[in-house]
Design a protein around this ligand. Sequence first.
Ligand code: SF4
Ligand code: SF4
Length: 430
Amino acid sequence: MCMTTKESCTDRFDAMLETRGVTRRRFLEFCGAIAVSLGLSEAMVPSIREALAESVIGKTEGALTPVIWLELASCTGCTESLASAETPDVATIVLELLSLNYAETLSAGAGFSLEEAKEQTIEAGGYLMVVEGALMEGWEGNALKIANEKAIDIVRHTASKAAAIVCAGSCAVDGGWQAAVPNPGGAIGIQPFLERSLADGSFTYEPNPGGLPPIVNVPTCPSNPEHIIAVLVDVLLVGKLPELNHLGVPSLMFDQYIHDNCPRRGHFENGEFVYQFGSEEERKGYCLYPMGCKGPQTKNNCPIVRWNRRVSWCVEAGAPCAGCANANPTKQGYNWVDLNTPFLKRFKNLTIGDISVQPALVGAGVAGLVAVALAAHGVGMKLTGRTKGGADFEEVRAWDKKHPDKAIGVAAAAATSEESKASDAEGGDE
Ligand code: SF4
Ligand code: SF4
């Protein structure tokens, strides 16, 4: 705790940031981003600023929280993503708020001395363990070795005394893209691995034998720096884990569908879709659902928090959501790649709310739901006079008639049946 008054804490913290080139205004923007990530109102920004200033000054006067950042099988995208966070820069955030005792990518030290630092940190206990990348169990754990030690042993050992574990990115949550079929290296997430190790007796959590360490899963590929920073602020400064849902994922960030907050949602409701890249519909910014957008089945706050210093995000940049936040530590094989490929085609499975529709039913079931919603909306528009005159509603869109293979659900069925009626009329049964 800061031993001085609130005013002098915030003043001293502002001065500390200024020496690192971070202005007060940029720091307030950063507090605003944390408020958004945590689902708080802008009115909370001054309180967040005070809490941060008090905690950071307090911590720099006392002992910083030690952190071990394990880099497992990954593309290092999560570190890169965090390193691109600008307000304040990564050095300020990471190094002022915590003592990064071990990180293969970010530590200045290397080799024996770095491994020694990790060992001493584990020995002392009470550290935060951050994991980036998938754990590889394949070939009896030889699929991934670091400093000549199997990663499966490193993870068990490091987790045994951790105060909490943050799994940064979908790979650390459930194996991510590396766990996609055929998964020869045996990629797996940290939580399922530790659960299994606990069950077979190969892992003991020393502070609570018989239990697991607290685990915060932060999916997305890579992890969004705003999410990681907000979780670190919660854990390190506020001293508590964020509220988690049944997947161990922070609720406030991951409990809403992308589709619910998407700026193209109006086009979805109006049945205005992009069916081909480079088309007029794409130029008009119509909904990307037929191009494989997984927004209706992916929970994340990308449309609100956004990416690249909050400049834009996938759908706004014109790319369908690939569903990279669909990580599930409770079901092996539900990684986002197996679940969502092929990315540029419509889903294999669709989940809206609690309704999950299997591939064979997609045409009938989902399109039925969508069609009902669209028809209700369209009829409502006509009845209330919001659309006047014009042609009656088409049974099948002209484009769908021409391209039944690319049409959605009932439109596809109707287009195919119109096609077969036409072919029956032309050529009979041949
Ligand atoms: S389907 Fe995708 S592009 Fe269309 S409204 Fe939903 S999230 Fe946005
Ligand atoms: S919009 Fe979809 S693909 Fe893009 S980052 Fe968010 S969850 Fe991942």
